[in-house]
Design a protein around this ligand. Structure first.
Ligand code: HGY
Ligand code: MN
Ligand code: MN
Length: 438
């Protein structure tokens, strides 16, 4: 197995056409030797993982829960220690600002999120959030004043559909605010709970030109870097995601007296639906994925034929048109399943994130900084959604991935090594300094 270092040349050649990005490629800058404090960063990660720690070793820190609130407090404390001026915007996103020396420059944003999925891991979001704060702390300690103002951003409710970043780009709409969340609160009451101001939500918006660039450090969440023993992933694009709530209506009836062919069993329709989603999604070539991740049967008793099922549909691909096409195929198949089982299917769209491509100039800059640090790297798409895909609508955006051991994520066993996390934060630091040299 080749070592992580032996692959350091991968990407720059492949990125030959990369100069087409909005940001010029910066290879060298004045602070090439500066490094973050990896021990401190990893200690902060361990401390944050106490908020919502679960017995399996991961966290349940879903957005708008008490643990989310406590985790955010902890993070705001670290930001203040790092010399950042901390504010919470009207959408509930946390910002840590640091002045730059050139009044003509727009701020460089970098950060991630600290909310988790239910029974999630300790690295999805925290690595990029605490990595960003560590970069700010390093700049402070080294007495480096950047030309651009700096803004460390911690987006709220990333896992519930990139809610905070959608508010930033003006895509969190009135109807979204009344959707429920895993905390038990609606998005509207959740935003109030974490210190936002819903009637003034629009004040959180940024438009094209307000932000110089957005960079996010994150764990890969897939197993490519680990398998190939590479240090850094340079993200080329982020998948689009569609979410639908699906309601299957049948007829609840006695499980002992209703003959098999007289039943309108919503659970049977659900079983066929789940199998069909897998069949439709795998029926064409490509990296598209589809998941049925939630199900509830009603009334939910051993001796009652389920009259109603509420479940979900998630579709992802780098091509938004493919998501729409697959959804239409799923919906058409549901009509057939409904006819065969005496049930009906209704779909309600609850969230749609368009895919986004990363800025090729910043991608080349990230690759150059990784190379300068002696780190191997390759380009890769992101199969996970990220706030960066929304930020890409208002500024050049890019992402830095570090390995996820065995590719496990959204699970308590999620793990990235302290060295890989340190490497990623150093690439973030060097990338910020390189972009600032523009
Ligand atoms: O679901 C996702 O892709 C992300 O981790 N929010
Ligand atoms: Mn996640
Ligand atoms: Mn994440």
């Amino acid at each position: 197995m080749p070592s992580r270092r032996e692959f350091s040349r991968t990407s720059l050649a492949a990125l030959g056409a990369a100069a087409l990005g909005r940001w010029p490629v910066i290879e060298r800058h004045a602070h090439q030797g500066v490094r973050i404090n990896g021990d401190r960063l990893n200690a902060h990660l361990k401390a944050l993982s106490a908020f919502g720690a679960n017995p399996q070793g991961g966290v349940s820190r879903v957005a708008y829960s008490e643990y989310d609130r406590l985790g955010r407090e902890y993070v705001m404390g670290l930001m203040r220690e790092a010399g950042l001026t901390v504010t919470v915007d009207t959408a509930g996103n946390i910002h840590g600002a640091r002045a730059g020396s050139d009044p003509a420059k727009k701020p460089l944003w970098f950060g991630s999120h600290v909310d988790s999925v239910p029974e999630g891991g300790n690295y999805d979001g925290p690595v990029g959030s605490l990595g960003a704060i560590e970069v700010a702390q390093t700049l402070k300690e080294r007495g480096i004043t950047t030309r651009h103002p700096i803004n460390v951003v911690i987006f709220q409710n990333e896992e519930g559909g990139t809610v905070g970043s959608r508010a930033i780009v003006g895509e969190l709409h009135e109807a979204d605010l009344d959707l429920g969340t895993r905390s038990g609160k609606t998005i509207r009451s959740g935003i109030t709970f974490i210190g936002g101001n819903v009637p003034r939500l629009a004040e959180a918006q940024r438009k094209a030109g307000d932000v110089a660039a957005y960079i996010e450090l994150h764990i890969e969440q897939g197993g490519n870097l680990d398998k190939e023993q590479l240090n850094i992933g340079v993200v080329e694009g982020i998948v689009g995601i569609g979410w639908w709530d699906v309601t299957i209506e049948g007829f609840a009836n006695h499980a002992g007296t209703t003959a098999m062919n007289d039943r309108r069993d919503a659970m049977l329709a659900f079983a066929r639906y789940t199998d069909m989603v897998n069949r439709v999604v795998t029926s064409e070539p490509g990296r598209q994925v589809g998941t049925v991740g939630m199900v509830m049967a009603f009334p939910g008793a051993r001796n009652v034929i389920p009259g109603k099922v509420q479940c979900s549909l998630e579709l992802r691909d780098l091509d938004n048109a493919k998501i729409t096409r697959l959804f239409e195929r799923v919906r058409a198949e549901c009509v057939k399943i409904g006819e065969a089982t005496g049930t009906t299917f209704a779909f309600q769209s609850t969230h749609q994130s368009a895919s986004a491509m990363c800025d090729t100039g910043i991608m080349s800059t990230i690759a150059a900084q990784a190379r300068g640090l002696g780190l191997s790297h390759r380009q890769m798409p992101s199969g996970a959604g990220h706030d960066a895909q929304h930020m890409a609508k208002v500024c050049p955006s890019a992402m830095i991935f570090v390995p996820s051991i065995k590719g496990i994520s959204h699970a308590p066993q999620e793990f990235s090594t302290p060295q890989d996390i340190t490497n990623g934060a150093n690439v973030l630091l060097q990338t910020v300094l390189a972009l600032d040299a523009k």
